[in-house]
Design a protein around this ligand. Structure first.
Ligand code: URA
Length: 451
């Protein structure tokens, strides 16, 4: 990863070309320059073209930890910061709400938020979750939830507050929280500047520091389907985000988790909701259950909630009850069928063996080509588009067996999606060793130079 030169040219003239030039030439942006450019972009005084050039310069030359910290603070300051510390736990008049959240740095088939929130809510935590839409090849929790008829993530602050106190959780579009991130996030998506450590750290943490959570757990993904491909880069990202959280008085920790292979058996929008409902009903793929419970335990511990075993909430139905309450509070109707693309195609195994490699990026691109993600900002996604995986790595495969089913509303998207899947999987003679899903647990930031 490239780094900035410390201590070089301070910006004296606060205009966009000067700020861009400093970063283009590998210099360090002053606090004043960062504050100015974030404020200017939020309010339309800095143009998209100028911010695009600056983002590319940051992508290429990095930012120091001090720059990333200031960039994050400027993004937090671009909007409102929620404070729910006066709330009580649902059903209690004297116990303060344990406000905790989780954020993933982005993966493939990563529906974990959907079963996780009701699990921790059922254990007594309160979860204010500012959530995003798809970014790059990764899906967005709000896009997935909007496949439930009637569901809305556009909640006012008063509605979020009421829902937190009555239901114990809310999943909402960031709206006026860190509006600078909303604009920059959309621009990064179309300028190939997503996979940058300082830009991911500031994007995630600005939303999380503004949303009102008082403790935070990060799921930092690493591998072919993640924005960061190496463990060293992912660890660095985890450390800087932990540092940022702690510096705001929000105890923060991270799990480093594998993203070489998609999570679970579905990648898309409604197909991931179907799988989440299976998890909440006590079934579902083992990897999704494992990560949901591991993150739940971290969230409860960092928030100081003890008592209920999170696994018990999946067995006794209390997490499903919380999910139904959360979805109903946000207008969703789970009694109506979820959309599913009417044009389908399957991929079958030409020979038997063991499911070998399954490349998360290939599956993500297939789902994206089917219409599950966006090609242009603001474009609607196909709620019923996606890929169902029938065999996970290591599972036996018979010749002629279906390995993947593809769904879309637009049949002419199928050939492009099939081409993305081509080469993204193998059937081998024997199972290969794979790294564990949960690679590490990082609780403190033994920080960090340039990112
Ligand atoms: N999630 C975010 O909110 N921002 C990023 O940049 C990546 C993942």
């Amino acid at each position: 990863m490239q780094t900035s030169r410390e201590g070089s040219s301070a910006v004296t003239n606060l205009d966009a070309p000067s700020v861009i030039r400093v970063k283009r030439d590998g210099g360090v942006l002053s606090d004043a320059a960062i504050d100015w450019v974030i404020d200017g972009y939020t309010h339309g005084r800095v143009a998209d073209e100028q911010m695009s050039a600056l983002l590319m310069a940051i992508f290429l030359n990095g930012m120091t930890v001090a720059e990333t910290t200031r960039w994050t603070a400027a993004m937090v300051a671009s909007g409102e910061r929620f404070d729910f510390t006066d709330l009580h736990r649902p059903g209690s008049s004297d116990r303060p709400a344990a406000l905790v959240d989780k954020h993933s740095t982005g993966g493939v088939g990563d529906k974990i938020t959907i079963p996780l929130l009701p699990v921790v809510m059922a254990c007594g935590a309160t979860v204010p979750q500012a959530s995003g839409r798809g970014l790059g090849h990764t899906g967005g929790t709000l896009d997935k939830l909007e496949s439930i008829p009637g569901f809305t993530g556009e909640l006012s602050k008063d509605r979020i507050r009421r829902q937190l106190s009555e239901v114990g959780g809310a999943i909402f579009a960031a709206g006026e929280l860190a509006p600078a991130d909303r604009k920059i996030y959309a621009l990064r998506d179309i300028t190939a500047t997503v996979d940058s450590t300082p830009l991911i750290a500031s994007s995630v943490m600005s939303k999380k520091l503004a949303e009102g959570a008082r403790a935070l757990v990060l799921d930092v993904k690493v591998g072919r389907g993640a924005f960061l491909k190496t463990e060293a880069d992912a660890r660095e990202l985890a450390r800087i985000m932990i540092d940022l959280g702690n510096s705001y008085g929000v105890p923060t920790r991270a799990l480093l988790t594998d993203m070489n292979c998609p999570l679970g058996l579905t990648v898309g929008n409604s197909v991931e909701i179907t799988e989440s409902l299976e998890i909440l009903a006590g079934g579902g793929p083992a990897d999704v259950v494992e990560l949901t419970l591991a993150l739940a335990r971290e969230m409860l511990e960092v928030a100081g909630v003890d008592g209920t075993d999170p696994a018990e909430t999946l067995r006794d139905g209390s997490a499903m009850d919380r999910f139904r309450a959360l979805i109903a509070a946000q207008g969703g109707d789970l009694s109506r069928p979820l959309p599913l693309g009417s044009a389908t195609e399957t991929v079958t195994a030409s020979h038997g063996g063991v499911m070998g490699d399954l490349d998360a990026m290939g599956v993500a691109m297939a789902a994206w080509r089917l219409g599950a993600g966006r090609a242009q900002p603001g474009e609607p996604v196909q709620l019923g588009a996606g890929v169902r995986i029938h065999r996970k790595p290591g599972e036996p495969v018979a010749a002629g067996e279906t390995l993947f089913t593809l769904y879309t509303e637009t049949a002419d998207r199928l050939p492009g999606a099939l081409a993305e899947l081509d080469g993204a999987w193998t059937v081998d003679d024997a199972a290969a060793a794979r790294r564990p899903l949960i690679i590490d647990r990082i609780c403190s930031a033994e920080s960090a130079g340039s990112v």
